[in-house]
Design a protein around this ligand. Sequence first.
Ligand SMILES: *Cc1c(COP(=O)(O)O)cnc(C)c1O
Length: 423
Amino acid sequence: MTATESKTQHLLSLERQYDSGVYTKHDVVITRGLGASVWDSEGTEYVDCVGGYGVANVGHGNPDVVRAIQEQAEKLIVLPQTLPNDVRAQFLEELVSVLPQGLDRVFLCNSGTEAVEAAKKFAITATGRFRFVSMKRGFSGRTLGALALTHEPKYREPFGIAVDNEHVSFVGYGNITELEAAVTFETAAVILEPVQGEGGVRPADLEFIRAARRITREKGALLIMDEIQTGFCRTGKMFALEHFCYTSCQDADGVRCGCVVANECLVVPDGITLAKAMAGGVPIGAFAMTAEVADKMPKGGHGTTFGGNPLAMAAGLAAIRFMKREKLAEQAREKGEYFMKRLREIGSSKIREVRGMGLMIGVELKEKSAPYIHALEHDEQVLTLQATPLVVRFLPPIVISYEQIDRAVDAFARVLERVNPKG
Ligand SMILES: *Cc1c(COP(=O)(O)O)cnc(C)c1O
């Protein structure tokens, strides 16, 4: 560090110098967070509508999660899954208690993309088939197996034939005719997000989800839902699949709707990929599936060193208990409705559409969203993220206050008014 260089500049240049270079770095250094706020190294507060890309649902510095991590760190941090563990057993019980009935076998891993890799392997061994059907505009992760299911060519093309996706066909999200044609007796699984996240915040329609269940059953293929971004209260339910009930029904206990408890009228997939918010910010992933699917995988057929480690398990246990106790799904639904109502009231001619579910919100503009996202951060101290070039996405911690929502919306209205990329 030179005499004239500030501490912040020094940290920024270190990160720029030594990082792999795959990320476009912002020019702030974020040093701490609490609830839905984060602070930079100069002490400036930001409203965080990035939320760790939809990870920080229970809030930054959640006291329950912090305490669980502290206590577990003193007891035991690492333990392979061949050795049973007290918190892992409790976490699995807690997780299965919030999942739809029947999805009661769980492969634990450390990230979303690993959950998708697991889903593919389990689908292959469960069906004896090797082909997959994925969605246009869908996102499944960045490792080579998950990447093959990811539609956007710019993510795949740099890697050429190393991303082998001869075994994948893509159908229009919502296009039942295309789905019907793509799923064959060679299809191991159809994988879809109940609300597409990276694809621009697009909720699926009920008819499509039902058709996916019917078609996969007819062809003996699995239906896998990717709830990595939508899970754990983000969309106003514990899992987004609960929105796709055959009858409209009320939450039975504020945690899951009556359908999930009874599976009466729910579209239940054969497997769900989970990650992001599941452990309050600690890296974690999981593929939850039926016993029928799990039982076909041979012993030793899959595995991971860090998966199910006691530290992540303790954090996950605390996070899910917090979600249930604080009725976080209901909070996401109410705050999401308010957030979207206020965004619609902006009434700017630059907005094409405000859409979303719960606190998974996208504002599609009629022009590129990047200048507005940049202005929100620089001039208004509101962090948002992009989803496709036209969409500004909001994934705040669900503990965000109404006052913070107002701050974010008022700031957005100002930048829409003020920023003029063309002139
Ligand atoms: C984030 C995400 C992934 C990938 O998760 P990582 O933890 O980044 O590997 C996969 N699918 C969906 C729907 C996601 O939102």
